[in-house]
Ligand binder design. Structure first.
Ligand SMILES: NC(=O)c1ccc[n+]([C@@H]2O[C@H](COP(=O)([O-])OP(=O)(O)OC[C@H]3O[C@@H](n4cnc5c(N)ncnc54)[C@H](OP(=O)(O)O)[C@@H]3O)[C@@H](O)[C@H]2O)c1
Length: 261
């Protein structure tokens, strides 16, 4: 897929991965419609001089936010939608607030489905188009302490695969990428401490952004970033009991860190 000249709606552009992704896409010659909720963070996105971009403040968990993003995306001539906005929460299910769980499901799963659905009649008219969904390793290796987030990201993976199959006779490609931990503000101190305790690798947003650009440029539909996460995603698909056993050994440490979240 050609990035030079592409016109991209990027959600979550005000965040840690989104800001870097915006910069890399602009460097590749794409024009950008950048959305987020925080206007100050949006205005701070560091783009190369001369970049072609617009900023749009929109909360994608409400209908008005979706409507304004869709209207702006049509006016912008968007041919690539990147569903990157997301929220996470670390804690044991019984101790999580229901409002928090609803927010996780609405932001990570409801919003991308709703935005994609509303923009599809436009995207299918474009000579080449793509929907890129930013999932998570936890969507393939559901993790204790992240039940709602894992459910939302597993749902996003299922949505991406079903939509790809539904659009197989169209000009719209559907890409799903599952990063492992990234060094961004979505991870509070308790999650960073857990990752250190478990020896879980953390990638830079630059590495993840370049991986996503590579997938787009080379028409790669599915990707996990990092090993051993790629291996465990495969293992969880064919022998989830083995992953249950492996995670059982980490449960005490997960609970210990969740208590501090
Ligand atoms: N960091 C990781 O460890 C990691 C690992 C795997 C996958 N991911 C995924 O990568 C994506 C980017 O996350 P990140 O690490 O960059 O997190 P981040 O720095 O916290 O950024 C999250 C972005 O989502 C936006 N957002 C949140 N709720 C929103 C809503 N209701 N409406 C519109 N925008 C909303 C935020 O906008 P405002 O700040 O303007 O509100 C922000 O731009 C997410 O989908 C995340 O699940 C992250």
């Amino acid at each position: 897929m050609q990035l030079n000249g592409a016109r991209i709606l990027l959600t979550g552009a005000s965040g840690g991965l989104g800001g870097v992704l915006a910069r890399e896409l602009a460097q590749a010659g794409a024009a950008l419609l950048l959305t987020g909720r925080d206007p100050v963070a949006l205005a701070r996105i560091d783009l190369p001089a001369g970049s072609d971009y617009r900023l749009l403040q929109a909360d994608l968990t409400d209908a008005a936010g979706i409507d304004s993003a869709v209207a702006a995306a049509r006016a912008f001539g968007t041919n690539i939608l990147i569903n990157n906005a997301g929220v996470a929460s670390f804690g044991l299910l019984a101790e999580q607030d229901w409002n928090d769980i609803e927010r996780i499901l609405a932001t990570n799963l409801g919003a991308p489905i709703r935005l994609t659905r509303a923009l599809l009649p436009w995207l299918t008219q474009q000579p080449t188009a793509a929907v890129v969904n930013i999932g998570s390793a936890f969507g393939s290796i559901p993790f204790a302490g992240f039940t709602a987030y894992s459910a939302a990201k597993a749902g996003l993976r299922g949505f991406s695969q079903a939509l790809r199959r539904e659009l197989a006779d169209s000009t719209v490609r559907v890409i799903h990428v599952a990063p492992r931990a990234i060094d961004t503000p979505i991870n509070p101190p308790a999650v960073r401490a857990l990752n250190r305790a478990l020896g879980s690798a953390t990638d830079t947003p630059e590495k993840v952004a370049r991986h996503i650009l590579g997938m787009l440029a080379n028409d790669v539909a599915e990707g996990h970033i990092g090993f051993p996460e790629r291996f465990f995603a495969w293992l969880n698909g064919c022998a989830p009991g083995l992953v249950d056993q492996g995670l059982r050994g980490k449960l005490a440490r997960i609970k210990q860190h969740a208590a501090k979240a």
